[in-house]
Design a protein around this ligand. Structure first.
Ligand code: HGY
Ligand code: MN
Ligand code: MN
Length: 422
């Protein structure tokens, strides 16, 4: 964790970063710190606040067709292409103040600090708050960044939640159902994010240089049993959907624990679970589970998916349940740009910090930006590696140090990348 006292003055303002983090954290569902879900009025309120801060930094603001908030400053050499920095400001329910938000605020601080220093880049600069990076009410994630990359599945537009379709949600967020062609001419995308794991904090490193972002697949499982009277139905004559689903949950945990023992990242979680009719005196008739699967290697995901299908077949037979599986999303693992990773490491060293490489078990918008530009990420430590929980905590000095690394790297990239680079 950075000891700011023993370092040169950073080219960014830690105080401004702290103000922005606190101001956004105040925009949350009361009594549910911190909850600012995509497609909610609170998210729109947070967006309005960010828009004002982007404009105060001298950025032109717009919402693109995919619902992303973009602040732009034209470069000195038109046609040189865009250097883009950003992350997301939506949260999981009862989540943290820093997941995504630290990256948006750090990116904004880079834009402010460049202006303060009178530095005019050759390239256009864009600061982005991506729409719905977290698994949203529509059950899918990275909606804005997939749209920008031109890979948002068209069938997602009809997904329903809270009385609206995703298409309507996009329009309400200022976008449109037609995301348009993939963005072109983004030369580099950089994202700062909290690690959401324990490595940097344990090793007392300032920065993680992300090597790869795990693949993420999500599979919906529906278990159909039969509603019956809880008092009169003999135990041997039931088709209890909850008992069958519970065997699936334990089997999934067992399969994933086995696969996680290999020297590469693997995890699987049943994070959504709904049962019907959910009444004390009725044998459960239906359970819906959403399985979230993370793998650094495609073959591990395929191994897990095959074993999951066998597990469902055997539980269906043993528990007289009908079990159906449906793949909801399947994003492959993505490697980050090694050349830019080296530049980021150089910036850390020039600023007197320590760094190490690590893969990301968490998904990020950078995984989709990597399809249309060179992409790289840095992690900053978070307390005890906790995230997606109110206990999530990143030190402001660590965010500021990460913002300074981005500031130095943007300047180096601007000098290094000429118009002819791809
Ligand atoms: O779920 C994730 O990996 C990310 O935090 N959205
Ligand atoms: Mn995030
Ligand atoms: Mn998250």
């Amino acid at each position: 964790m950075s000891q700011m006292g023993d370092r040169p003055n950073l080219p960014v303002s830690a105080a401004r970063i702290a103000q922005d983090i606190d101001a956004l954290a105040a925009i949350t569902e009361p009594g549910r710190p911190w909850t600012r879900r995509a497609f909610s009025t609170l998210h729109l309120e947070g967006r309005a606040w960010l828009t004002e801060r982007f404009r105060a930094a001298g950025l032109e603001t717009r919402i693109d067709a995919s619902g992303n908030l973009i602040g732009r400053r034209a470069g000195r050499k038109p046609g040189s292409g865009t250097l883009m920095l950003g992350s997301h400001s939506d949260t999981v329910p009862d989540g943290g103040r820093f997941d995504g938000i630290a990256g948006v605020v750090a990116a904004l601080e880079v834009a402010r600090s460049l202006a303060d220093a009178g530095i005019e880049l050759n390239h256009d600069l864009e600061i982005v708050d991506f729409l719905a990076e977290e698994v949203s009410i529509f059950g899918v994630s990275c909606i804005g960044s997939r749209g920008m990359a031109g890979v948002r599945p068209p069938e997602w537009l009809e997904r329903q939640a809270d009385g609206m379709t995703l298409s309507q949600g996009l329009v309400a967020a200022g976008g449109s159902e037609n995301s348009g062609p993939p963005r072109r001419n983004i030369k580099v995308f950089l994202e700062l994010h909290i690690e959401q794991g324990p490595v940097l904090a344990t090793e007392k490193r300032d920065i993680g240089i992300v090597t790869a972002i795990s693949g993420i697949a999500r599979i919906e499982i529906v278990v159909e049993g039969r509603a019956d009277h809880a008092g009169t139905t003999p135990m041997g004559a039931r088709r209890d959907a909850l008992v069958a689903a519970s065997k699936l949950v334990l089997g999934i945990e067992h399969l994933a624990t086995d696969l996680s023992r290999q020297p590469r990242h693997f995890a699987a979680t049943v994070g959504e679970f709904a049962m019907l009719p959910n009444a004390a005196n009725v044998v459960p008739s239906n359970v819906r589970l959403l399985v979230d699967i993370r793998s650094e290697l495609r073959e591990d995901l395929d191994t897990f998916a095959a074993a999951l299908s066998e597990l469902c077949t055997s539980v269906a037979k043993g528990d007289h349940a009908d079990i159906s599986l449906r793949q909801i999303s399947d994003a492959p693992a993505v490697r980050m740009d090694t050349g830019i990773g080296t530049m980021l490491a150089g910036a850390v060293e020039r600023l007197g910090g320590s760094h190490r490489q690590l893969a990301s078990g968490a998904g990020h918008d950078a995984a989709f930006l990597a399809r249309i530009s060179r992409a790289a990420m840095i992690f900053i430590p978070c307390l005890n590696g906790r995230s997606h929980a109110p206990e999530e905590l990143a030190e402001n000095d660590d965010i500021a140090f990460g913002a300074a690394v981005l500031f130095e790297t943007v300047r180096a990239l601007d000098r290094q990348i000429s118009g002819r680079d791809v």
